[in-house]
Design a protein around this ligand. Structure first.
Ligand SMILES: [Zn+2]
Length: 207
């Protein structure tokens, strides 16, 4: 696959792609929490680039196809929580030849709207761009299981849980990233006079 700048992504590592697109940045950042960090991640920046999005979702689909057995039970649908999981579910579903759907909050509860549904016994993958606590993903798993679906696994671009999350099903992250943060008073970068950046308008940490 070739990107808009003519560069091939096929042989490029996941981390390299995320760095090149500015999804994962290094420097000196003030997070919304007020804490300082030398790394910052904004996963939406990946989905700004359809070629790379398709490439990485394809890698995740390949990993699942291998894990679940390519000739075994097929995946019927891929579901993601809005917003981070919408494009991911779509692209991963395309790669697996499955349906792509998304869940969203209605009165605080994760639900399937817009005519989306899964049938009892359907095999469904749940995907999310970034997993931190895994809260949204767990809600989607519960929702699908309540509808009788067989949740076959969870996939994510970036696992920020530090390995702490357990979904009770096969969990495949393309990349594990640990972003440490610290109090301003303890910041070596501040002490070294490195200019600080306050990226985005919201804390990048999410479900
Ligand atoms: Zn600092």
């Amino acid at each position: 696959m070739r990107t808009n700048d003519g560069k091939s992504t096929a042989n490029e590592g996941t981390l390299e792609i995320l760095k090149r697109l500015g999804v994962l940045r290094t420097g000196h950042f003030r997070l919304t929490s007020g804490r300082h960090s030398d790394r910052y991640m904004q996963c939406a920046k990946l989905f700004e680039h359809p070629d790379e999005s398709a490439e990485l979702c394809g890698r995740l689909a390949d990993a699942f196809a291998e894990k679940l057995g390519a000739r075994g039970r097929r995946v019927d649908a891929v579901a993601g929580p809005a917003l981070g999981g919408i494009i991911m579910a779509y692209e991963t579903a395309r790669a697996l030849g499955a349906r792509g759907i998304f869940a969203e909050r209605e009165n605080g509860a994760m639900t399937l709207r817009r005519g989306f549904k899964v049938e009892p016994g359907e095999r469904v993958l749940v995907v999310e761009d970034v997993v931190t606590t895994g809260g949204s993903v767990k809600e989607v798993i519960g929702l699908l299981q309540d509808m009788g679906a067989d949740v076959a696994g969870v996939g994510t671009m970036v696992d920020r849980s530090g390995g702490a999350v357990d979904f009770g099903v096969e969990f495949i992250p393309l990349l594990a990233v640990d972003i440490a943060s610290w109090d301003e008073r303890d910041c070596e970068l501040c002490r070294g006079g490195v200019p600080i950046v306050k990226p985005g308008s919201r804390d990048p940490s999410k479900g």
